[in-house]
Structure formats: C-alpha cells, structure tokens
Write a new protein. Sequence first.
Length: 68
Amino acid sequence: MRIAEITEHTIKPVKPKPPLSPAQARIAGLKQNVERDRQRLQQERDAQRQQRSAEQQRRQRLRVSKPA
C-alpha cells in the first residue's frame, strides 16, 4: 500500500458539531468544572502523600544517623 492509500482509509474527517443551546452549554460547563475539580483534588492528595513520604524518609534517616 502507498501512503496515500493508507491515509485515505485511516484518517476520517471530523464532523463539525452544532452550537450548544444555552441550557446545554451550562450543563457542559458544569461537567467540565466537576472533572477539573476531581483532577485538582487528586493532585492535592498526591502532593500531600509525597510530603508525608518525604517526612517519613527524613525521620528514618535521622533515626539511623543518630548514635544510640
């Protein structure tokens, strides 16, 4: 197969979507906000988890390095 033949069969044109009604646009916006908030929440949880892990590692290093 040639490249032109491959692209003809694999690349499909994107159909334009009609504009949303005001009610649909509000719902779509709210859904996007929910997804963004979920991502922010997950990022914050990950950051706090990393901080706890770093603090635990620091404490372990202090315990090991202190003479008993």
